[in-house]
Structure formats: C-alpha cells, structure tokens
Design a protein around this ligand. Structure first.
Ligand SMILES: C[S@@+](CC[C@H](N)C(=O)[O-])C[C@H]1O[C@@H](n2cnc3c(N)ncnc32)[C@H](O)[C@@H]1O
Length: 184
C-alpha cells in the first residue's frame, strides 16, 4: 500500500512478537506504523478516524477461540466506531457467506458487497480466473444466491466489502447474548 502511495498505514496486532518483527522488517518504510493492540478495544483510536480497515485473518482467528461470537461482535463494533462515515471494512476471510453474513449483518448496519478470489498455490498465477475479482457476487438475504453460483466447497477466499453508512440510522445494533464455539 505504501508503494502505491498510501501515506499512513497503521497496523495492529495483539502480539508484540508480530508487531516488533514487522516493524523491523519494514524499518525502511516509515509510513507503516505498528502498534500492539487488541482489536476488541481500540480505544487508543478516535471515533471516525479511519478511511478503511483491512482485516485478513483476524476476525477468523477470533472466531476460532473461546467466546467467539462475543469477541467477534466486540471487534466489529470497534471497527465500525473507528471508521469514518462511508469508510470501508475490507474483510479477507476463509468464511463463506453462511458463516459471515449473519455475523456482519447482526453486528452493525453495513452495506455489504461480496467478492471472491481463487486460492492459488505459492507462485501460481491465474491467467483466466474463474471469478472476476472486481465484480461483486449477487447477495440475497439467505446467502442462497452465492451458494448456487459458487457450488459446494468452492476453492476461493472471500472478500467482504462492508461500508459504514451513518444514514442507515440503526448504526450499532444492540449487543446480543450468544454462546461460543461456532465454526469459521
Ligand atoms: C491468521 S493471522 C493473520 C495475520 C496477517 N493478517 C496475515 O494475513 O498474514 C491472525 C492474526 O491476528 C492476531 N490477533 C488475534 N487476536 C487478536 C486480537 N484480539 N487483537 C489483535 N490481533 C489479534 C494474531 O496475533 C495473528 O497475528
């Protein structure tokens, strides 16, 4: 992103092993800032302060742990809070719509678009991709349109583009009491 001109990219991780290793690796790129932080409590960041939040694997990792639903909700509400109006939460995940759409929709009033990208082996390139990354898939209320289109167990990563729209008055949805242990 920095090489593409982004002037300030703040990266967080709950592990100092990660933040310190990344800081060292990218010491030649001062535009990259690394901070140890729990994504469920980003109170060090002001409300409505980011244009975009990019998540690859962090929501997934919360969903693999204890109290998965509560932790995922905490994270999503914090992501909503730190985003500016019309800011985007870009979620790159293994989670198919059946596992992610309800979670996203129940957490906050996102406008959601779904894109997919084929899983490739290291060094492999897809000259004729089956799915066009820039074209969102049609989404209906019960995910059946995507299921029908992609078929069973498609070999893809999912990219959910969730836009914060303050005009959708509901904004933050109420906390729900949920148990742990749902799949990823
Ligand atoms: C699957 S890894 C993905 C790392 C990186 N995004 C990537 O794609 O290579 C998930 C990361 O989330 C971090 N993580 C887990 N729980 C977290 C939390 N509550 N707050 C912040 N980071 C967390 C882990 O330390 C780990 O580095």
């Amino acid at each position: 992103m920095v090489d593409d001109g982004y002037a300030e990219v703040v990266n967080i991780d709950i592990s100092t092993v990660v933040t310190e290793a990344m800081q060292k690796k990218y010491s030649n790129r001062p535009q990259l800032i690394y901070m140890k932080m729990d994504v469920r409590d980003m109170s060090a960041f002001q409300t409505c302060s980011f244009d975009a939040v990019i998540d690859k694997g962090t929501l997934d990792s919360l969903l693999c742990g204890n109290n998965s639903q509560q932790n995922a909700f905490k994270m999503l509400k914090e992501v909503w809070r730190v985003l500016k109006d019309k800011g985007v939460y870009i979620l790159v995940t293994y989670g198919a719509p059946i596992y992610r759409l309800h979670l996203l929709r129940d957490s906050c009033s996102w406008t959601i678009k779904l894109h997919v990208i084929e899983k490739l082996l290291l060094g492999e390139s897809s000259e004729h991709p089956k799915w066009e990354l820039t074209n969102p898939l049609p989404l209906d209320d019960d995910e059946s349109s995507v299921g029908t289109l992609l078929g069973k167990n498609p070999d893809v990563h999912y990219i959910y583009i969730c836009t914060k729209d303050d005009s959708l008055k509901a904004g933050l949805k109420p906390e729900v009491a949920v148990g742990s242990g749902t799949g990823t």
